[in-house]
Design a protein around this ligand. Structure first.
Ligand code: M6P
Ligand code: ZN
Length: 155
């Protein structure tokens, strides 16, 4: 999932640190239910790119999601099936809405763990294939000591 494959391989060889954890509530994956979970993205980078989640579309594309951030500093990268891209800030107290038909990936751009709570329809499902293949149009990297949003040269 990281842009710099060489740096990713090196990280794997030198300790393979935990990048993120998701603690899912045990809710049936069916319509009418609300799936929910807490995600912790640890601080770190692979090359210049900050630690991130894999990113996914919902299998059931017409379902939305809400993130509420408790701790840390992050970015939410989204891309719609129509090809629009958006990058939103996440910070303690922020609530972020992911509309239907938008894929989503979160990035920890701070120096402490980033913690957020997520709620989504029980029948949303996760589809990783598109993001695995194409990545996102934007990368979140460190540039001259600052957080920068840059174009993904692979897109
Ligand atoms: C959020 C939610 C979860 C998702 C998790 C990690 O908590 O969107 O549904 O599983 O982030 O993201 P991913 O599954 O893309 O690695
Ligand atoms: Zn989702």
């Amino acid at each position: 999932m990281f842009y710099d494959r060489e740096a990713a391989e090196e990280m794997e060889k030198s300790g393979n640190p935990l990048v993120y954890e998701v603690i899912y509530a045990d809710v049936p994956e069916e319509s009418g239910q609300l799936g929910h979970c807490t995600t912790i993205i640890h601080p770190g980078k692979v090359g210049r790119e900050y630690f991130l989640t894999k990113g996914h579309y919902h299998e059931n594309l017409g379902t939305a999601e809400i993130y509420f951030c408790f701790k840390g500093k992050g970015k939410l990268i989204m891309e719609s099936t129509a090809g629009e891209c958006a990058v939103l800030d996440m910070f303690p107290g922020s609530s972020t809405y992911i509309p239907p038909f938008w894929s989503h990936r979160t990035v920890n751009v701070g120096e402490e763990p980033m913690v957020f709570f997520c709620i989504f329809p029980g029948d949303a499902g996760h589809d990783y294939a598109t993001i695995e293949e194409k990545g996102y149009p934007k990368l979140i990297v460190e540039e001259n000591g600052q957080v920068a949003i840059v174009d993904n040269p692979n897109r």
